[in-house]
Design a protein. Structure first.
Length: 269
C-alpha cells in the first residue's frame, strides 16, 4: 500500500519531466533530422562538422572559459571575505540583488555606460583624451558577462566556505602549516564542490549566450547560442538550428558529468 502511494506521489514529477524536459529534447532531435523542405536528412550533422561550425564551437568554449575563469577569480576571494564579515548575510544579499533585475535592462544599462557619450568617456574627456568606442569589443562582452554571472558563482562558493568547519583550519595552523598551505591542502579541497557548482551555473549559460553577444559585442562574437538564434529567426533553417541545439545539449551534459560530485562536507556533525 505504501509503495503504491509513493508511486502515485511521483506521478506529477514524472509527468512534468516527460512534458517539459524529454518532449522538448525529442522535438529538437526530430527537427535536427529535417531539411528546409521537411525531408529526412543527415546533412545538418555533416554540416556541423565543417570548419565554420567547428571554429564557432571552439570560439564558444573559449569565451565561456574566459567568462568562467574571471568570474571564479573574482568570486572566490569575495566569498571568502564575506564569510569573515560581521553581517555576511546582508552583504551576500546586496550582491545577489542585481541578479533580480531583468538581464535585458542590465545589458542596455551597460550600453549607456560604455557608449561614446556615457560616463566612462565623460570621465576620460576630463583628462583631455578623445572618446573611445568601448562597445562591440571582446573586452566589453567578457566584462559584462562576468558582471552578470558573479552572483551565481559567489553563492555556491559562499555556502561551501560557510559550512567549512573552522577547527580544521585551526588544526592545520597548529601543526605548522602556512596560510597558503592551509588553503591549498584544507580549504580548497573541502570547498571544491562549491567551486564545481559555480562553474556549472556559469560555464553552461555562458556557452549559449546570444543576447549579450548581439547588444554588447555586435557581430564580433559568435557563440552557439547566437548561431541557434540566427538559424531559427534569420535564415529560418530550423533543422540546422536544432542540430546546433542538440550538440549544445550534449556539451552541457558532458560538463555537468565532469563537474558533478557528491558533497563530502566539511563540518563535524
Amino acid at each position: 500500500m505504501q509503495t503504491k502511494t509513493s508511486k502515485s506521489a511521483l506521478f506529477p514529477y514524472v509527468l512534468w519531466i516527460a512534458l517539459f524536459v524529454i518532449a522538448p529534447i525529442a522535438l529538437v532531435v526530430y527537427y535536427s533530422l529535417l531539411d528546409l523542405h521537411g525531408n529526412f536528412t543527415l546533412d545538418n550533422y555533416k554540416a556541423f562538422f565543417t570548419s565554420v561550425y567547428l571554429k564557432m564551437t571552439l570560439s564558444s568554449f573559449w569565451y565561456a572559459f574566459l567568462i568562467t575563469f574571471f568570474t571564479l577569480l573574482i568570486s572566490y576571494p569575495t566569498a571568502y571575505f564575506l564569510t569573515k564579515t560581521k553581517h555576511k548575510q546582508l552583504w551576500l544579499l546586496l550582491i545577489i540583488i542585481p541578479s533580480w533585475i531583468n538581464l535585458l535592462l542590465k545589458t542596455y544599462a551597460f550600453i549607456g555606460i560604455f557608449g561614446l557619450y556615457g560616463p566612462i568617456n565623460a570621465f576620460i574627456k576630463v583628462f583631455g583624451f578623445d572618446p573611445q568606442q568601448m562597445l562591440f569589443t571582446d573586452l566589453s562582452f567578457v566584462f559584462v558577462s562576468v558582471y552578470i554571472f558573479i552572483p551565481f558563482m559567489i553563492l555556491p562558493i559562499f555556502n561551501s566556505l560557510d559550512r567549512l568547519n573552522p577547527t580544521l583550519i585551526y588544526a592545520a595552523r597548529d601543526l605548522g602549516a602556512s596560510a597558503i598551505t592551509t588553503f591549498r591542502r584544507v580549504v580548497l579541497p573541502l570547498t571544491l564542490d562549491g567551486v564545481k557548482s559555480g562553474i556549472q551555473v556559469v560555464f553552461i549559460p555562458a556557452l549559449s549566450l546570444f543576447m549579450i553577444t548581439r547588444l554588447i559585442a555586435g557581430n564580433r562574437v559568435i557563440t552557439l547560442g547566437t548561431a541557434i538564434e540566427q538559424q531559427f529567426l534569420v535564415t529560418q533553417n530550423w533543422g540546422m538550428g536544432s542540430t546546433i541545439a542538440v550538440f549544445l545539449i550534449l556539451f552541457m551534459v558532458i560538463i555537468m558529468l565532469i563537474t558533478g560530485q557528491k558533497d563530502k562536507g566539511g563540518r563535524v556533525r
